[in-house]
Design a protein around this ligand. Structure first.
Ligand code: ARG
Length: 259
């Protein structure tokens, strides 16, 4: 083959390759969506629960974190539903950016994660079947009973500390919905659960609240320890939302009235 023709072919091939490379190098990539990865633990209505129709995790916490995310420049949230006691490890491992799960701000948790300002408050309610005639006024009144709680919660630690494993049968469930179902089915005598969730259960199941242990808990949104940037953004968005009419709308949507 004529050398000139050969060189021309080679040059043309090089130009094509260079052109393609330049195209990919200089075309700006499509703008990536900013996603906030949110961990929660469903089975804690009305804060987070699975919608029976859509099978999606919905609730007060999900709406709240979605509002916050939009305010601080995220396009959307990705919800990761996990067991409650996996949330803090997931934050530490960086598989989620925030955890919102009706999570009580406790000194022990504050050692391992950072919390936003409080957005809700709760005590621990003693819930029994509607037809039960149990009377409970103190932790001692729970002696000898089968008590249901959720693994890794403040309800579980309250019962473990104040009643004690030697004085009662403490059964820990993966979620409070499973605990209340076990109560309704007669497998346990009482559950000890956060007051706002207990009130929700009273509307949905044949159960009643017979006592409240005043634990004075508050809920916060958790981020990985040291993620101050995200925490500050969350706090200012939370402030803004809690001081706007959006807050009452949100509260009304899930609690029927402001509290
Ligand atoms: N407030 C309690 C705690 O922090 C119970 C939270 C349970 N939350 C849940 N999404 N299951 O321990």
């Amino acid at each position: 083959m004529d050398k000139k023709v050969l060189y021309t072919i080679i040059i043309v091939i090089i130009l094509i390759i260079a052109g393609v490379a330049a195209y990919y190098a200089f075309t700006p990539p499509a703008k990536e969506e900013k996603v906030l990865v949110v961990g929660t633990a469903s089975g804690f209505p009305p804060f987070e629960y699975v919608d029976p129709n859509t099978h999606q995790v919905v609730g007060f916490d999900i709406d709240l974190i979605t509002m916050i995310a939009h305010k601080i420049g995220y396009d959307k949230v990705e919800i990761k539903d996990m067991e409650f006691d996996s949330l803090i490890p997931a934050l530490q491992a960086g598989t989620i950016d925030v955890a919102i799960a009706g999570m009580t701000i406790t000194p022990a948790r504050e050692k391992v994660v950072d919390f936003s300002k409080p957005y809700w408050h709760a005590d621990q309610a003693v819930v029994v079947r509607k037809d039960s005639n149990l009377v409970v006024n103190s932790p001692e009144d729970l002696h000898g009973l089968k008590i249901g709680v959720q693994t890794g919660t403040t309800g579980e630690s309250y019962v473990t500390e104040k009643v004690g494993k030697d004085n009662a049968t403490i059964k820990s469930y993966p979620s409070y919905v499973e605990a209340v179902q076990a109560l309704v089915n007669g497998q346990i005598d009482v559950i000890v659960v956060d007051t706002p969730v207990a009130q929700n259960f009273v509307h949905k199941y044949d159960v009643k609240i017979i006592h409240t242990f005043e634990t004075g808990e508050t809920y916060g949104i958790a981020v990985k320890k040291g993620n101050t940037k995200l925490l500050n953004e969350i706090n200012s968005a939370l402030d803004e939302i809690m001081n706007s009419p959006e807050w009452n709308q949100l509260v009304n949507k899930y609690f029927g009235s402001s509290s």
